[in-house]
Design a protein around this ligand. Structure first.
Ligand code: ADP
Ligand code: MG
Length: 585
């Protein structure tokens, strides 16, 4: 066994480089962060060959004097933290003091920098971890770092680089994230002599438009929510503009681009039932949290973060996005462009995994914690201008409700017409009611005046035994007698309007259908089955009071836009749309 020896500095740097600098894009990321930390208002990035042969970041930040310029290449050389306390609350992008040292150990790096108070700029050049060579050159205030031939002295690393096109895409992604995170600063990016973008300072919306286009901006909902020390602001995509993959999801924690499975999932979950299968929401979200409550030092390239109270961050984000999605404007509406039907179809037809935990998360919320406002708020928005819909209110002040072909309900709303599918509406209402009741641990059963005696086939009987607990919790009351006989003595209140003699068997049959198609939870699947079998059907004649009740109850649902199976519940036809169709404008 050889004696223990401390690694020489250049070797330690090269090892650190393995973590910090994986490819040209990571070098660009570190350099941009340095520019931002130096207070630059303008950052210019140029690359060649995907950054493998040449990459350069120039800024108009503070610059450095000669001493600092030389020091900056030393490992653990940083001007950003000096004490333990500083590490507890990081407010700069860099702090580990290893980016420049790492780069210089695996490439040919040139730094040109000048402060306002110095007459000339200083040039520091380091080749693959050698001694720094210092000279002087003219420059405006700011810093330019050039990195050439990345990994020229680490062939094993170099082999792992992908094609120039792929490396370009990674660099581009870094630029997009930095530019989104700092819309108040200008960025330019060119590759192989071609300008990819030049971004003028502006708002987040301007930046989104400049990077992704006007159409993309138009497909977004703006949101801003604060809960105690946490603020979330930014844009989330309307559900009808789902993306085919997750790449268009931009998350910033205190302006630092981060990746967080948990937060992305919190956002994704808010779209449940609203997005087609295998579609993902676009979002640009800025999370601001007191830096004492997060640790960004959990990953060498600082892409991940640990939150002090991750579950409440999750809940907050989920609720904020849900609330924003429950605004009226994205209820599917018919538009003249011919996309109207696609919008309606954007509701997925798949069987949803609407588990009781996901509903419980929304329905059992405490108003004080800032979680979603239920019912009243949604109702207000959904039915704005419709007039009271409660059957109890004296008529004359009420908006009319019509039934169309015993299947659809029509009612005027502010600026348009609401069309609802009566079966689907009722199904949604009952489903939420059942899940809420069960999540609250409440068991309600309505006793039958005349118990029903059923003779069940053996497979139903065994399914019934298997499901006994869930069904009983839901409000079914039944006993097994000898043989195939089951006596039903009570039913859940939702089954009041259903065909009571058949409901248990219907629910079992539907449960069987659903459960082969989905991986969702049993309780959820039974709730869906019960809701579906108990809801009014297409073809049922409804009284005016019943129709009003349905629409008012729907408005109080937490997710009024899609039935438990994902079918659309309501469509909105705007006055504007009608005007267009009648050539009024
Ligand atoms: P860190 O950013 O973690 O401090 P780096 O190795 O990236 O470590 O940079 C080392 C130091 O060099 C920084 O702390 C900063 O003082 C200085 N520096 C690096 N880049 C710039 C720049 N573009 N403008 C001004 N100072 C810089
Ligand atoms: Mg840095």
């Amino acid at each position: 066994m050889p004696r223990i020896a401390i690694l020489p500095e250049h070797l330690a740097n090269r090892i650190a480089a393995g973590e910090v600098i994986q490819r040209p894009a990571s070098a660009v990321k570190e350099l941009i962060e340095n520019s931002l930390d130096a207070g630059a208002t303008s950052v210019a990035v140029q690359i060649r060959d995907g950054g493998t042969s040449f990459l350069q970041v120039a800024d108009n930040g503070s610059g450095m004097d000669e001493e600092d310029a030389i020091l900056s290449f030393q490992r653990h050389a940083t001007s950003k933290i000096t004490s333990d306390q500083d590490l507890e609350a990081i407010v700069t992008f860099g702090f580990r003091g290893e980016a420049l040292a790492s780069m210089a150990s695996v490439a040919r790096v040139t730094l040109l920098t000048r402060r306002a108070e110095d007459a000339a700029g200083v040039v520091v050049r380091i080749d693959g971890g050698g001694e720094p060579k210092v000279s002087h050159e003219a420059r405006d205030v700011g810093t330019t770092v050039t990195v050439q031939n990345l990994f020229f002295n680490v062939p094993a690393r170099k082999k792992f680089l992908k094609s120039h096109a792929t490396e370009f895409r990674h660099v581009h992604e870094v630029l997009v994230r930095a530019a989104l995170g700092h819309p108040e600063r200008s960025f330019s990016f060119s590759s192989d002599g071609e300008v990819i973008f030049r971004l003028a300072p502006g708002t987040v919306a301007d930046r989104v438009r400049d990077l992704f286009g006007e159409r993309q901006l138009g497909s977004l909902l703006e949101l801003e929510e604060t809960l105690g020390p946490i603020t979330l602001r930014g844009f989330v995509g309307k559900p009808s503009f789902g993306q085919r993959n997750r790449s268009a999801q931009y998350l910033f924690l205190n302006r630092r681009p981060i990746q967080s499975r948990s937060i992305s999932y919190a956002v994704q979950k808010a779209y449940e039932h609203l997005l087609q299968e295998a579609m993902f929401p676009f979002f640009v979200l800025f999370l601001e949290i007191d830096p004492h409550r997060v640790d960004v030092n959990v990953h060498p390239s600082k892409l991940e973060a640990k939150f002090e109270d991750e579950p409440s961050v999750y809940r907050f984000i989920n609720a904020a996005v849900r609330r924003s999605l429950s605004s009226l404007d994205h209820i599917p509406s018919l538009t003249a462009s011919g996309t109207g039907d696609t919008v309606a179809l954007a509701f997925t037809r798949r069987q949803h995994e609407w588990t009781d935990t996901s509903v419980g998360g929304v329905l059992n919320v405490d108003r004080a914690t800032g979680e979603i406002l239920q019912g009243a708020e949604v109702a207000g928005r959904l039915l704005a201008g419709a007039g009271p819909l409660d059957g109890e209110t004296p008529s004359g002040t009420m908006a009319p409700v019509w039934q169309l072909h015993r299947r659809y309900l029509l009612t005027p709303i502010e600026q348009g017409l609401l069309v609802a599918d009566q079966h689907v509406v009722h199904e949604r209402i009952l489903y939420e009611q059942i899940v809420r009741r069960m999540a609250g641990g409440e068991r309600v059963s309505q006793q039958l005046l005349f118990p029903l005696t059923l003779e069940l086939p053996a497979d139903d009987l065994s399914l019934l035994r298997e499901m006994e607990q869930v069904l009983v919790r839901m409000g079914f009351d039944f006993k097994f007698f000898g043989g195939n006989t089951v006596v039903v003595e009570g039913l859940p209140p939702e089954a009041a309007g259903a065909n009571q003699e058949r409901i248990l068997e219907d629910v079992l049959a539907l449960y069987r259908d659903f459960s082969v198609q989905t991986a969702s939870e049993r309780v959820d699947t039974v709730a869906k089955s019960l809701a579906c079998r108990s809801a009014v059907k297409s073809g049922d004649v409804l009284s005016e009071t019943e129709m009003r009740r349905l629409i008012a109850d729907l408005a109080a649902c937490s997710m009024p836009y899609a039935c438990p199976h994902g079918r659309p519940v309501v469509l909105r036809i705007s006055l504007e749309e009608l005007d267009r169709r009648f050539s009024r404008r």
